[in-house]
Design a protein around this ligand. Structure first.
Ligand SMILES: [Zn+2]
Length: 117
């Protein structure tokens, strides 16, 4: 389960960002997870309470996952297609030679701040 270590890093980064900006409460953490990143979003939801344990800044915080489709451009026929849905093969010509256009990322997209009071 490599999701937990990468999630812990994202949580630590968000916590540090909050401290640096005098933010006392984070209301939500939004992660952008590409379909081709190898990470399974359901595990992030599962581990979020563990990763944020003993971090008061995350009390009541929500985790949002934005899934980014894995898109590729076929090097043979220039068709654009979804890598996951087509099992890595171009649906037009069957070639596996491709340029990945997106969907490999994992990043913290947004740190939501709770209004004071
Ligand atoms: Zn093709």
């Amino acid at each position: 389960m490599h999701e937990i270590s990468v999630l812990q890093k994202a949580v630590d980064l968000a916590e540090q960002t909050a401290i640096d900006n005098n933010i006392s409460r984070i209301s939500c953490l939004t992660l952008e997870v590409g379909e081709l990143s190898g990470y399974v979003p359901v595990f992030f939801h599962k581990y979020f309470p563990v990763a944020t344990e003993n971090k008061p800044v995350f009390e009541g915080a929500e985790l949002n996952i934005i899934s980014v489709p894995g898109e590729a451009l076929c090097r043979e026929c220039s068709a654009m297609y979804n890598v996951m849905r087509n099992e890595g093969k171009c649906p037009k010509c069957g070639s596996r030679s491709k340029k990945i256009l997106g969907g490999q990322q994992f990043r913290v997209l947004e740190i939501g701040v709770a209004e004071p009071g």
